[in-house]
Design a protein around this ligand. Structure first.
Ligand code: SAM
Length: 226
């Protein structure tokens, strides 16, 4: 899979893609992530990517031209399944959405800045708008990194034990069961006996019960029998 991220602040995206699962997925060739600086597509010598809002008011707006030129260049090189704009008023990112996106071949993620992007980009170039939650961040770089991370860990081969991603919270509308590691007792705080029993079937049953219990308690909205 290939993810091209368009941004005015490429430096912000160096660290999120240089560690752990994403780093290894890149090394294994499972994922290619390109961070593209929109200023490289600016028209003037100041590398301007923003301008005043028509009609006045506070805040600058990201201009059409650099975004259009960047997207056109990418589209001339390959087909894209989705051109995503990160936006607080977009569809809320969910695990189901991440599952769907992880099956795609090529996507572009446009990170907004300032007051946002010229609406005509949204109307004519963007195929999907995604929010990471009901709050406003300064820019779309962190949302782009979060969307990318949620996708990459689902691509087969990205995680050594594939089951590990499949048993995470929200797969099957359940939260994950609690997990424990050594020591089996610390300051009198004990690990549930069943996990030390070695009985795989019973452990799986226990984990499922705990997942259901936690979901009912913490996120009853995820279960049908609310
Ligand atoms: N004026 C916009 C509004 O009220 O909806 C907010 C603009 S915000 C300061 C700048 C950029 O950050 C947005 O264009 C978007 O790309 C990104 N952003 C901020 N919050 C976000 C969120 N919750 N989800 C996804 N992207 C977000």
């Amino acid at each position: 899979m290939r993810i091209d991220i368009l941004t005015v602040l490429p430096e912000l995206l160096v660290s999120p893609f240089s560690h752990s699962i994403i780093k290894r997925a890149k090394e294994k060739g499972i994922i290619e992530i390109n961070v593209i600086n929109l200023r490289d597509f600016a028209n003037d010598r100041y590398k301007s990517v923003d301008d005043y809002a028509f009609g006045g008011g506070a805040g600058m707006v990201m201009m059409i031209e650099p975004v259009y030129k960047a997207i056109e260049k990418l589209r001339s090189e390959r087909n894209y399944d989705e051109i995503i704009y990160t936006s607080p008023d977009g569809e809320k990112l969910t695990q189901k959405m991440a599952n769907t996106l992880s099956l795609l071949k090529n996507i572009i993620i446009l990170a907004g800045h300032y007051k946002g992007i010229d609406q005509r980009i949204r109307d004519n170039l963007i195929t999907r708008e995604i929010s990471i939650g009901d709050y406003v961040l300064s820019g779309g770089e962190m949302p782009a990194a979060i969307i990318t991370d949620a996708i990459v860990r689902l691509i087969p081969g990205a995680i050594s034990d594939e089951q590990s991603a499949l048993s995470d919270s929200f797969q099957d509308d359940l939260l994950a069961p609690p997990v424990y590691t050594r020591p089996s007792e610390f300051k009198g705080w004990k690990v549930p006996e069943i996990l030390l029993s070695g009985n795989t079937r019973e452990i799986e049953e226990w984990r499922h019960e705990k997942a259901v219990e936690r979901t009912k308690k913490l996120r009853p909205d995820l279960t049908n029998d609310e």
